[in-house]
Design a protein around this ligand. Structure first.
Ligand SMILES: C[S@@+](CC[C@H](N)C(=O)[O-])C[C@H]1O[C@@H](n2cnc3c(N)ncnc32)[C@H](O)[C@@H]1O
Length: 265
């Protein structure tokens, strides 16, 4: 029978170079030297799911780096800057929510949220094959039954995908991200864009553009205070009124109307 370690070695490349007992329990292995361990806050936040989160951190530190999905310099700060920065977004997600993570890359934030919150149903949407292969192998290896990996671009799936939340980190500037994400949301659903310190300025610049795309309200919130430093900055854009996402936006309708009238004259 093939053990999950054998699978990891074949599918994701060697997990670490030092010798380990053949029957080593993946969930209790020490992290490789260069991979920092979880903070007390991370241990508390992940709770029962910590062994799976540890395993994911190891996959990122090893196969993720080897395959060029994570820079080697990120390894010592994987827990704080990547896993915890993403995990604290769970504060914004109600029980049982359907989440689509646009541009997951190596699984951030979508895979982290799926590990931490088995009640969520998470789709990892990523156009690059190399990345979707890593994501699917990781999902299989970690035994996550609440995740679907989908290869594609956000703007290509708007007829098929509907979600309560769209998450995205480091994918695109806000106007472009909203253009991709808002059509995927149910009314009342929110785009949660993980952004840097300039989030307020970015939102103010994009506000008019956002509401032209779909009726919405937007704010900047910081989550994970006391759990991760700095707290994670999220631009939240919530769709406010019923409208068919496939239908043209108010701006498009207006310009189409103008063109039609123009043609008649
Ligand atoms: C800089 S990476 C960020 C990856 C990950 N979210 C993270 O924080 O580490 C941007 C990712 O967005 C993906 N991407 C680019 N355009 C996209 C689109 N139109 N729809 C979905 N994903 C896209 C890229 O393939 C890439 O994996």
């Amino acid at each position: 029978m093939t053990s999950s370690r054998d699978f990891a070695s074949r599918a994701l490349g060697p997990v670490q170079r030092r010798r380990e007992p053949e029957n080593a329990d993946l969930s209790s292995r020490e992290s490789p030297e260069e991979l920092g361990g979880p903070s007390e806050q991370a241990i508390e936040l992940f709770g029962d799911t910590l062994p799976v989160a540890r395993r994911y951190a190891e996959l990122l530190a090893d196969a993720g780096v080897q395959r060029g999905l994570i820079g080697p310099r990120e390894v010592p700060r994987l827990w704080e800057r990547h896993l915890m920065n993403c995990a604290v977004v769970e504060e914004l997600l109600p029980d049982g929510a359907e989440v689509v993570d646009i541009g997951s890359g190596a699984g951030l934030p979508g895979l982290v949220l799926a590990i931490l919150r088995p009640d969520l149903s998470v789709t990892l949407l990523e156009p690059l094959l190399r990345r979707t292969v890593f994501l699917q192998e990781s999902v299989d290896l970690l035994g996550l039954s609440n995740v679907t990996v989908r290869r594609g671009r956000a703007e290509e799936v708007k007829k098929e995908v509907r979600a309560d939340f769209v998450t995205a980190r480091a994918v695109a500037p806000l106007p472009k991200l909203a253009k991709w994400a808002l059509p995927l949301l149910r009314t009342g659903g929110s785009l949660l864009a993980l952004k840097g310190e300039q989030a307020e300025a970015e939102l103010e610049e994009a506000r008019a553009d956002l509401s032209r795309q779909r009726p919405c309200v937007a704010d900047v919130i910081r989550v994970g205070r006391g759990k991760v430093d700095p707290a994670t900055t999220v631009v939240r854009v919530t769709v406010t009124t019923e409208s068919d996402p496939a239908a043209p936006s108010r701006g498009q309708r207006a310009s189409r109307g103008r063109k039609k009238r123009g043609r008649k004259r």
